[in-house]
Write a protein that binds this ligand. Structure first.
Ligand code: NDP
Length: 305
């Protein structure tokens, strides 16, 4: 079997187009432009790229976005004041504080200060609670992107055996709840799981959110399974196997490194039914779902269904 390789970029583009037309409708019918406020503290290069991508996506779909750039020495109190200003603004429906924050700042305290009604990342404990009880809320963007990927393949989740490797609060646990609410039978694995390949091989839907390059080989995969690779790992040329060097020759020549997932793509594509690549799989969906959450928030403010 050779897996169908899922094109996350085109799925994300589809979702952005859907959001764009709903944004236009909200503007013309209610005069409301959804607004996203992003707080960026310091000069972390990766954070700057993420924030820029989010701003570009907003521009594309017609969402107003404002990035508040703050110095990395900012005090916790000043940062809280900035969050509070966004909480009180009528033109801002979604608030995002880009992580990681500098060490002197208690990230939890900042994230908890965001109004749950504007928490488009879905990290506030009120929204986490609602996710676990199955109430409608803002679902975290990467997990809800994973659900979109599965559903948009025309795959029914109900009754499927789902195995998630990784139990983080931002990916593993929320995606487990979303799968459960969609009536999958769910197993969550982690670093202490005994005989991981055996457990993983039970899965009709296997999700790897670990952060360990190429951990999931064909030994972990049931023939025909849908395999979603969330991991993002950078491998330097000197650490790459001969096989990887050949496969990603161009990237190694250009940058001396390449991005890989938690799944050994070359091996697993021979056995899985569906497989997401890295890059170009789950990643693009994350930003698209942020657009969807911001639109949802604006619609709630406007009391539109
Ligand atoms: P965390 O480090 O928070 O969690 C990793 C999880 O993997 C933990 O639960 C850990 O277990 C488990 N784990 C570690 N080693 C093993 C192992 N050998 N076998 C089984 N389980 C193991 O990571 P995140 O959830 O934040 O992220 C996971 C990956 O996804 C990262 O590569 C990250 O970059 C990527 N990511 C991608 C996103 C995207 O948009 N595409 C968004 C968010 C993350 P334990 O709890 O026991 O320590």
């Amino acid at each position: 079997m050779t897996a169908k390789i899922i094109d996350g970029k085109s799925l994300a583009a589809q979702i952005r187009e859907e959001v764009k037309s709903e944004v236009e409708k909200l503007k013309s019918e209610k005069g409301i432009v959804p607004g996203l406020g992003v707080i960026l503290v310091g000069e972390n290069p990766a954070s700057k790229v993420y924030v820029r991508n989010k701003a570009r996506a907003c521009e594309h779909v017609g969402i107003y976005s404002e990035t508040i750039k703050l110095h990395e020495d900012i005090s916790e109190e000043e940062l809280l004041n900035n969050v509070d200003k966004l909480n009180n603004r009528e033109d801002i429906h979604g608030i995002l504080v880009q992580l990681p924050l500098p060490e002197h700042i208690n990230s939890e305290k900042i994230l908890f200060a965001i109004s749950p009604d504007k928490d488009v990342d879905g990290f506030h404990p009120i929204n986490v609670g609602k996710l676990t009880t199955g109430e409608e809320t803002f679902y975290p963007c990467t997990p809800s992107g994973i659900i979109e990927i599965i559903k948009r393949q025309g795959i029914e989740i109900k009754g499927k055996e789902a195995v998630i490797i990784g139990r983080s609060n931002i990916v593993g646990k929320p995606v487990a709840f979303l799968l459960l609410h969609n009536h999958a039978t769910v197993t969550i694995c982690h670093s202490r799981t005994v005989d991981l390949p055996k457990v993983a091989k039970r899965a009709d839907i296997l999700i790897a959110a670990v952060g360990k390059p190429l951990l999931v080989t064909d030994e972990y995969v049931k023939p025909g399974a849908i395999v979603i690779d969330v991991g993002i790992n950078r491998i330097k040329k000197e650490d790459a196997s001969e096989e990887l060097l050949n496969w990603r020759k161009d990237a190694f020549e250009k940058r001396g490194s390449t991005l890989v997932g938690d799944v050994d793509f070359l091996k697993v594509k021979e056995i899985a039914g569906y497989l997401t690549p890295v890059p170009g799989g789950v990643g693009p969906l994350t930003v698209a779902m942020l657009m969807k959450n911001t639109l949802l928030s604006a619609k709630r403010f406007a009391q539109v269904k």
